[in-house]
Design a protein around this ligand. Structure first.
Ligand code: ASP
Length: 337
C-alpha cells in the first residue's frame, strides 16, 4: 500500500470555534485518528500528518507559504508515494495553481483538499475530504499532477475555482473536465495528458509589488488605471476584461497606457470576467486593439491561475520576451491554448 504524507496548513478543516470566530488549531492528527478509528484500515493507505508552522486561515496566505510548502515537499519527496495538502478553501485554488507552476512535471500526485465545515461539527465534510483525498492518493489512476479533491470530484489544480461560498460542492473547473468523479466508485473519464517527470523544488523570489489586477467596470477611473500602469514596481498585470476579452478604451487613452506599460517590459495578461469560456482578442475591434498594445490573450485561464502564473514566473526571474512567451502558452494544462 502506498504511503501518504498529509501536510496540514490550516483552514476550516482543522479549525475550532473561539469567541472571535473559527481559528486554526493544532493537533489535527490526533483528532483525525479518533474520527477514523471506525474506518477499515485496510481500505486507506498509511499516512503521516505534518503540521505547518504557523497554521493559518488561508485568507492570510502570502506567496512565501508556497515556498514553505515546496520546501517540505522536497524534504519528504523520496519517502512518500503521494502527498495531500489540507488547506483553507479561500485561497486553495491559488495555491494549487502556484504549486503546479513551481513544481512543473511531477512523478507523484499532490492533492489539495479542505472543507466547508470543520472536522467534528454536525454535517462536516472534513472526513469525506480526507478519506477521498487518501483514497485518490493511493489510486493508480490518479494523475501525477497538482490536483484538488473536493466533495465528489478531483479537479486539475490550476483549473479549479471556489464557486460557492456555502455549498459543500464548493469547487469546480468550469473550463476543464473533472479528472475524476467520486460516486460509489471512483471513475477517471480520461487519462491525464500532462508529462510526468522530476519536480523542480527551487523557491521563487517573492516580490509582493510585482503583480496586480486591473478589473474593468463601467465607471472605472482612468486616472487610477493609468497610475497603476505607470507604477515602476509593476512587472505583471492581469487585465480583467469583459466577455471575450474586450476592454473599454477611454478613446484610446487606456490602450495607450497599456502599450506604454508593455513597452516598459510589464507583462499584460488578458483574462475574462466570464465564469466560463475563453478570451478571443480580435473578435471585436476593441479587443483587436489589445494585440497592438502588446496584451497577451489569456485563453481560458482562471483569474487565480493567471495571478499564480505571473507571480511564479516573475519569481523565477523571467523577464521581457521570455516572460511573454511563457505566458502565451499552457505550462501545466492551465489553459487550452
Ligand atoms: N477562511 C477559511 C480558510 O480559507 C475558509 C475555509 O477553509 O473554508 O482558511
Amino acid at each position: 500500500m502506498p504511503r501518504v504524507l498529509m501536510l496540514y496548513t490550516g483552514g476550516t478543516i482543522g479549525m475550532q470555534p473561539s469567541p472571535q470566530g473559527y481559528i486554526p488549531c493544532a493537533g489535527l492528527a490526533e483528532r483525525l485518528a479518533a474520527h477514523l478509528a471506525l474506518a477499515d484500515p485496510y481500505r486507506l493507505p498509511a499516512f503521516d500528518v505534518l503540521e505547518m508552522q504557523p497554521l493559518i486561515d488561508s485568507a492570510e496566505l502570502m506567496p512565501e507559504t508556497w515556498n514553505r510548502l515546496v520546501a517540505v515537499l522536497e524534504t519528504h519527496w523520496q519517502a512518500y508515494d503521494a502527498f495531500v495538502v489540507l488547506h483553507g478553501t479561500d485561497t486553495m485554488a491559488y495555491s494549487a495553481a502556484a504549486l503546479s507552476f513551481v513544481l512543473g512535471a511531477l512523478n507523484k500526485p499532490v492533492i489539495f483538499t479542505g472543507s466547508q465545515i470543520p472536522l467534528g461539527e454536525p454535517r462536516s465534510d472534513a472526513l469525506n475530504s480526507v478519506v477521498s483525498a487518501l483514497q485518490l492518493a493511493a489510486h493508480p489512476a490518479t494523475p501525477c499532477e497538482v490536483s484538488l479533491a473536493f466533495h465528489d470530484r478531483l479537479l486539475r489544480g490550476n483549473r479549479a475555482r471556489k464557486m460557492r461560498t456555502q455549498g459543500l460542492d464548493a469547487f469546480d473547473s468550469p473550463n476543464f473536465p473533472w479528472l475524476a468523479e467520486l460516486g460509489i466508485g471512483i471513475s477517471f473519464p480520461q487519462p491525464s495528458a500532462l508529462l510526468s517527470g522530476k519536480p523542480n523544488f527551487a523557491p521563487i523570489e517573492v516580490d509582493d509589488e510585482a503583480v496586480a489586477v486591473l478589473p474593468l467596470h463601467p465607471g472605472m477611473s482612468l486616472r487610477r488605471a493609468k497610475a497603476l500602469l505607470a507604477d515602476k514596481t509593476l512587472k505583471g498585470l492581469v487585465l480583467y476584461s469583459y466577455g471575450v476579452g474586450n476592454p473599454l478604451s477611454f478613446e484610446g487613452e487606456l490602450l495607450d497606457a497599456l502599450k506604454a506599460a508593455s513597452e516598459r517590459g510589464v507583462a499584460l495578461l488578458n483574462v475574462t470576467q466570464c465564469a466560463q469560456g475563453e478570451v478571443v482578442q480580435g473578435a471585436y475591434a476593441t479587443g483587436a486593439a489589445l494585440n497592438q498594445a502588446g496584451v497577451i490573450a489569456g485563453s481560458d485561464i482562471t483569474l487565480e491561475a493567471a495571478i499564480a502564473k505571473l507571480t511564479v514566473l516573475i519569481g523565477q526571474g523571467l523577464l521581457g520576451a521570455t516572460l511573454r512567451k511563457a505566458l502565451s502558452a499552457p505550462m501545466r494544462g492551465e489553459c487550452s491554448r
